[in-house]
Ligand binder design. Structure first.
Ligand code: F0G
Length: 425
C-alpha cells in the first residue's frame, strides 16, 4: 500500500505575548524580547482533512519506518518534519483506549474510556513530548539537555537523552519524588541533583541557569515538548474514527499537557479533522490547585500556592504554562475542578482493582470525572475520555483507600498446604 503524500508545512516559533518570531531551529526556549513563552506555528492549507486521515491510517497499517511505528511521528505533518535520520524514537505512543464497566460504574460516567499513557516506554505520557524535544535538541546541536521534574519528565528525559547519546542534567525536589521515578532517572544515567526546595524552585532555578550552563531546556516551557504531547489527542481521535468525545479529562500540574491538548484541538478543528471541539476537564489536587482558583475567578487573577498532595507528580504551586492553560480552557469551553487527596486515593484503588492501575496523579482525572458528574457539570450520558498519565509502578507505595476498607495486603503464612487452605476459607 502506498501512502498519500501531504507536503510538510513550514514552521516557526512565535512569542505568545509579543508576537516576536524566531526560526524553527532557534535554541532559545523563551522570547528574547519579552521573556514570554514560545509556540510552534505552522500554516497548513485547509481542505486536507481527508488526505491527512488517509495518510495516518496508512501509516498504522504499514508500520514499517520508525515514523510510522511511533504514535507521535505518525502525525508528523501536524507536529514536526525533521530529517528522518535525526528522529530519536523508541517508538512511543500507540497506547490503548480502554472501556471498563467497573470504572464506568464507579465514576458514574456510562461512556467513559481510559487512555492509558502509562503504557509508554518509560511509563508516562512524557515520552510523547520528549521524543520531539530530544529530536529538536539534536537539530539545534545542543551539547546537553536538562529539566526540572517531579519525576516523570526526568525519567523520560534521561531515557531519550541516552538514546540520542546526549548528557542529561536533572533537578528534582530533594526527598519529594517517588523512589521508582528517581531510580529510573538514575538508571538511565542522568546527572541528578536533588535540590533542597520544591518543584517550582527547581524549575525557576533551571530556567535562570540553562543558558549560562549551555544546556538545552526540555521542560514543557519548551514548545517542542508541547508539539509532541499533542499526539495524545490526535491518537485518541484517530482511535475514535475522528468522532470527538464530549469531554477529555486530564490531571493538571504545570499545565504543559493542558496547553498541548488545547493546541491539538484547535488545529484538528481548523483542519477539519473533527467537526466539534471536546471540552477539557482539568483536574487539580485540592492541595495544589492554583489553576482551579484562577478558573473560579474567571481567570481575572493568577494565583500561586505552596503545593502539598499525595499526587507528587502534580505537586506544583506556580504552573509555568498558565497563560497557555487559560487559552486551552477558554478555547474548549472547558472547566477546572479540584479533588481532595482522599478521592484521588479511592479512585486509584478502584482503577487498580479493575486490573488497570495507574499512579495517584493519573487517578485524579477519574476522581475529577466522578466529581464533575455528581456536581452536574458533566452529564452521565456524555462521552468522556480520561487520560491515565502514568503507570501504577511509578508510585506503588502511595497508599490505598484512606478509610482502609479495601486495602489489599500480603498475608504471611507457614509453608504448608493447610495454611493456604485456612486463608482461602
Ligand atoms: N500526570 C503525571 C503522571 C505527571 O507526571 C504530570 C507532570 C502531570 C500529570 C501533569 O502534567 O504538568 O503538564 O500539567 N509531571 C511533571 C514532571 C511536572 O516533572 O514529571 P502537566
Amino acid at each position: 500500500m502506498t501512502a498519500t503524500r501531504v507536503e510538510a508545512p513550514a514552521r516557526w516559533q512565535q512569542c505568545a505575548s509579543c508576537g516576536n518570531r524566531l526560526d524553527e531551529v532557534d535554541p532559545r526556549t523563551s522570547c528574547p524580547e519579552c521573556g514570554g513563552l514560545l509556540d510552534v506555528m505552522f500554516h497548513m492549507p485547509a481542505g486536507r482533512a481527508t488526505e491527512l486521515r488517509r495518510l495516518f491510517s496508512a501509516r498504522v497499517a504499514i508500520g514499517g519506518e520508525p515514523r510510522d511505528r511511533s504514535g507521535v511521528w505518525r502525525y508528523s505533518e501536524l507536529i514536526m518534519s525533521p530529517p528522518p535520520a535525526s528522529i530519536v524514537s523508541f517508538p512511543e505512543g500507540n497506547t490503548p483506549l480502554i472501556a471498563n464497566d467497573h470504572i464506568a460504574a464507579w465514576s458514574r460516567s456510562s461512556r467513559l474510556l481510559l487512555k492509558h499513557e502509562g503504557m509508554n516506554p518509560t511509563g508516562s505520557f512524557k515520552d510523547r513530548g520528549m521524543t520531539v524535544g530530544v529530536t529538536q535538541a539534536r537539530r539545534v546541536r545542543a551539547r546537553a539537555v536538562a529539566c526540572a521534574s517531579t519525576g516523570n519528565t526526568s525519567a523520560s528525559l534521561a531515557a531519550y537523552a541516552a538514546l540520542a547519546g546526549l548528557p542529561a542534567l536533572v533537578l528534582v525536589p530533594a526527598g519529594r519524588v517517588s523512589s521508582g521515578k528517581l531510580q529510573q532517572t538514575l538508571a538511565y544515567g542522568a546527572r541528578t541533583l536533588a535540590v533542597r526546595g520544591d518543584f517550582d524552585a527547581c524549575l525557576s532555578l533551571l530556567r535562570e541557569a540553562a543558558e549560562r550552563l549551555g544546556v538545552y531546556l526540555l521542560n514543557s516551557v519548551n514548545p517542542f515538548r508541547i508539539e509532541g504531547q499533542k499526539a495524545i489527542v490526535f491518537e485518541l481521535l484517530q482511535q475514535l474514527q475522528w468522532e470527538a468525545p464530549d469531554w477529555i479529562a486530564l490531571p493538571a500540574g504545570n499545565l504543559g499537557n493542558t496547553a498541548a491538548f488545547g493546541k491539538a484541538l484547535d488545529e484538528a478543528s481548523r483542519l477539519g479533522l473533527i467537526d466539534r471541539v471536546p471540552r477539557l476537564l482539568c483536574v487539580q489536587a485540592a492541595g495544589a490547585a492554583p489553576f482551579y482558583k484562577s478558573f473560579t475567578a474567571d481567570f481575572t487573577e493568577r494565583f500561586t500556592t505552596r503545593a502539598e498532595t499525595v499526587a507528587t507528580a502534580i505537586r506544583i504551586g506556580d504552573p509555568a504554562s498558565y497563560d497557555r492553560g487559560v487559552r486551552a480552557i477558554r478555547f474548549t469551553r472547558g472547566a477546572v475542578v479540584s479533588v481532595p487527596d482522599d478521592a484521588i486515593l479511592v479512585a486509584r484503588e478502584q482503577i487498580g482493582i479493575a486490573g488497570i492501575g495507574c499512579e495517584p496523579a493519573s487517578a485524579a482525572s477519574v476522581a475529577g470525572v466522578r466529581y464533575a458528574i455528581e456536581s452536574g457539570l458533566i452529564n452521565p450520558e456524555e462521552s468522556v475520555v480520561s487520560i491515565l498519565t502514568g503507570h501504577l509502578l511509578k508510585d506503588p507505595e502511595a497508599g490505598g483507600d484512606p478509610n482502609g476498607k479495601g486495602a489489599n495486603v500480603p498475608i504471611e503464612i507457614e509453608p504448608t498446604i493447610g495454611a493456604i487452605e485456612r486463608e482461602l476459607r
